[in-house]
Write a protein that binds this ligand. Structure first.
Ligand code: DOR
Length: 443
């Protein structure tokens, strides 16, 4: 009698801890159980991976799924469906929903809403505010909590902690890495007239300028150091911030997004208008080049999508009343594979930025690598497939992508979440079995 596995992934080229290898993969109980030639093994289900590269599923540590309260833009069912369509197997969701995710009941509500509706694994950030600051150390240890998120500058929703004294209290209450949206609120207010006078999103990077981002980034790194608390600075957009953060890697980890790595001002605003509007803004090609250098030299730890859907109707409002943010969870992997095809990063770097990197900095238990005993979260990709990203392919409730019409080389062909095949050939399969991700700090 041969071995029996719940799932055998046959004939792929697998990104193993020892490098790419031609090997089958056996999965039992949702975990990687065997490498090697499993031709003789019995399989509950078989996934043919011939011609495909088997990567760790993408862990997207910054998405906004809008539920509860803003379900006309997105919800957990659609957002996670979009995730698995794009090879994403775990998401961390942000607290600027309505109500805000501030207390245990808000977090538990999101976890309950995810049961039987989430297509991928998930964890939810709790938002920091003056009113819940004393509870943060308790809240960040709750099951299904990704940690604490701070907005230093106003963005979508009302979450805001803009005073250093309150930020210091936030950092003193807890131990886990704090995720931060770093834009300086005072400077945003001082310069708001720029947006109003311009009346066009091309002014967005001028209103929310590099100095605005740099000031806040410097403040949070200083405060993190004083508090002895690691910080994760989200969606870094500028050469100046990257140069600063490279000097503070002991305390600060760094995220950048595909929007900032793929688009550039002013072209994106002329072509896409408010669809390209997000906070912090997409800047010019010089900054984009600096972000790629920071990918190459290791300053960047993770790539997140900052999936932040709004309806097309909302985006049509006159700037600056048009809301900031664009969808992205489904396009992370196609875009990154295409950037790799263009020679901008290696496969090793891609995998570290999208799985091992988030696992390492957030201390996720059992995810982020294809190794024995780890969760069988997989993205099977065709590195040579030439496809076009279209609005019609987008599973998000908002139904559009800023990358509509873009041709890419490299495409996710199947997504496996803890051994369940969740997507194959651009279609979701079976039922949503997403469960809360677990963390070393709260096991
Ligand atoms: O552009 C953005 N949109 N930036 C954020 O920080 C929030 C997000 C949203 O929720 O729409």
């Amino acid at each position: 009698m041969g071995e029996r596995y719940d799932l055998v992934v046959r004939g792929g080229t697998v990104f193993t801890p020892s490098g790419l290898a031609a090997t089958d993969l056996g999965v039992t109980g949702g975990k990687i159980a065997a490498f090697g030639d499993l031709g003789a093994a019995e399989a509950g289900e078989t996934l043919d991976a011939s011609g495909l590269t088997v990567l760790p599923g993408v862990i997207d540590s910054q998405v906004h799924f809008r539920e509860p309260g803003l379900e006309h833009k997105e919800d957990i069912a659609h957002g996670t469906k979009a995730a698995v369509m794009g090879g994403v197997t775990t998401i961390f969701e942000m607290p600027n929903t309505s109500p805000l995710t501030l207390y245990q009941a808000d977090l538990e509500d999101k976890l309950i809403r995810s049961q039987g509706r989430a297509w991928c694994d998930h964890a939810y950030f709790v938002g920091a505010s003056e009113e819940n600051v004393d509870e943060l150390a308790m809240l960040e240890r709750l099951p299904g909590c990704a940690g604490v998120k701070v907005f230093m500058g106003s963005s979508t929703g009302s979450l805001l902690v803009d005073k250093d004294a309150v930020l210091a209290q936030v950092l003193a209450n807890g131990r886990r890495r704090v995720a931060v949206h770093a834009e300086d609120e005072d400077r945003l207010r001082e310069r708001q007239h720029i947006a109003k006078q311009a009346g066009h999103p091309r002014a967005h990077p001028e209103w929310r300028d590099v100095e605005c981002a740099l000031r806040a980034t410097k403040r949070i790194v200083k405060l993190g150091r004083e508090a002895g608390r690691p910080v994760h600075v989200l969606h870094i957009t500028s050469a100046e911030e990257m140069a600063f953060l490279a000097q503070h890697k002991d305390v600060a980890t760094v995220e950048t997004t595909l929007n900032h790595l793929t688009m550039a001002a002013p072209e994106c605003y002329e072509r896409l208008g408010a669809k390209a509007q997000m906070n912090p803004p997409v800047r010019d090609a010089g900054h984009r080049d600096a972000l790629w250098r920071a990918i190459a030299d290791g300053t960047v730890d993770v790539i997140g999508s900052d999936h932040a859907p709004h309806t097309l109707e909302e985006k049509q409002r006159d700037y600056p009343a048009s809301p900031s943010g664009m969808p992205g969870v489904q396009t992370v992997l196609p875009l990154l594979l295409d950037h790799m095809h263009q020679g901008r990063l290696t496969l090793e770097r891609l995998v570290d930025l999208t799985s091992a990197g988030p696992q390492r900095i957030f201390g996720i238990a059992g995810k982020g690598r294809i190794a024995l005993g780890w969760d069988a979260d997989l993205a099977l990709v065709d590195l040579k497939a030439e496809r076009t990203i279209t609005d019609a392919w987008i599973a998000s409730k908002c139904g559009w992508t800023p990358f509509d019409g873009m041709s890419v080389t490299g495409w996710p062909i199947a997504t496996v979440v803890r051994g369940h095949v969740a997507m194959r050939e651009d279609e979701v399969l079976a039922t949503p079995i997403g469960a809360p991700a677990r963390f070393w700090s709260t096991l």
